[in-house]
Design a protein around this ligand. Structure first.
Ligand SMILES: [Zn+2]
Length: 354
């Protein structure tokens, strides 16, 4: 049974400022802990929350219905290969991009890679230089990069300005220009959202926990509440992530999805909760309690998130899904499942030019 609650009854956990990351801007704003409302709003100290954005003329560009990554734009700059969604690239006031592995200055097993997250094996200087190159290649040098301290939660931040230190959470939304919202992944699903009519954007990190908590639906709920976005207007890009070909999870994960989503069986290759009687158990000649553990199942996280986007009201032709699998394409991407602590981080970014 699906537990489809109306968006206005969803609640978000409080969050607190985090001080370990090193890429903070100089703006003296901090992650604020909300008491009981929906999200954490990060504001510039001298601005009110109601400053108006100028309404610039824009045209809604209807999107292609194709969802193959072969239709994505691959921009090659200084050895980097950046993936873009054509329908998003057409918006002149928008910048966005999904990074890949090649290029950059980080050395990983003798290979130069574009690692965009702070990891133990890489230096802070290399990551910052990679981020500079990535932003430059996107034409987003003047935007303030806002990355998160990701915690596999459903915490969403609403940014009116860049915080002094990265906030803990897994999605960010804004309708302010000059900010570049970022999520980092190495198997999890990065989702970028844009409202071409209201000029608002969101970046979402959805692993299995975030997907189970419907983080992308909640981010859309925030866009509806804060910016009066209509889901039918939104465009969504689901970037490279671990595919249903490779993402093995335990049967307990399948059970949790089954309890939350009516369509969950469509997201698993073979739906098992572990509770089913084994039809050939008698052949194993094993006494009860000594059967082998239930087989793991393959979860298609992209399909799950695409399903949630459709459920939230996005139009199918406005959802663009990369079919690149991080685990299959270690030549092009990073996979934590395959590389472990030696994995780099991909970054997916979206923002509006000033
Ligand atoms: Zn794969």
């Amino acid at each position: 049974m699906a537990l489809d609650r109306p968006l206005d009854t969803l609640h978000f956990r409080n969050v607190h400022a985090h001080s370990n990351d090193q890429d903070a801007s100089s703006a003296p704003v901090f992650c604020l802990a909300a008491d009981s409302d929906y999200t954490v709003r990060v504001v510039a100290p001298t601005k009110t929350l109601t400053s108006k954005r100028s309404s610039r003329g824009q045209t809604f560009l209807s999107a292609s219905s194709s969802r193959s990554s072969s239709d994505w734009i691959e921009r090659k700059v200084r050895g980097m290969q950046i993936l873009l969604v054509p329908a998003l690239a057409k918006l002149p006031w928008l910048v966005h991009g999904f990074s890949t592995r090649p290029g950059g200055v980080s050395l990983l097993n003798g290979e130069k890679v574009l690692n965009l997250g702070f990891t133990e094996w890489d230096s802070k200087e290399s990551v910052l230089e990679n981020r500079r190159r990535f932003q430059s290649a996107l034409g987003a040098t003047d935007l303030k990069l806002i990355s998160l301290k990701q915690i596999h939660s459903d915490v969403i931040h609403l940014f009116d300005a860049a915080p002094a230190e990265p906030c803990r959470g897994d999605a960010s939304v804004t309708n302010r220009s000059g900010l570049l919202l970022a999520v980092q992944t190495a198997d999890c699903v990065p989702i970028l959202l844009v409202d071409p009519k209201k000029h608002a954007v969101a970046a979402v990190h959805a692993g299995w926990r975030g997907t189970l908590q419907r983080i992308v639906v909640k981010a859309i709920g925030q866009m509806q509440m804060q910016f009066k976005s209509k889901p039918a207007d939104l465009l969504a890009g689901i970037g490279p992530s671990i595919g249903g070909c490779c993402y093995e999870v335990g049967s307990e994960v399948a059970t949790q999805f089954q309890s939350q989503f009516a369509e969950a069986p469509e997201w698993f290759d073979e739906f098992r909760t572990g509770d089913e009687p084994n039809p050939i158990q008698w052949l194993n000649m094993m006494p009860p309690g000594h059967q082998p553990p239930p087989k793991n199942v393959l979860l298609d996280l992209r399909k799950a998130n695409r399903g949630q986007l459709l459920g939230a009201g996005l139009r199918a032709p406005n959802i663009f899904v990369s079919d690149l699998c991080t685990a299959c394409r270690r030549d092009l991407l990073f996979s934590y499942r395959k590389e472990g602590a030696q994995s780099g981080r991909l970054m997916s970014v979206i923002g509006m030019l000033t």
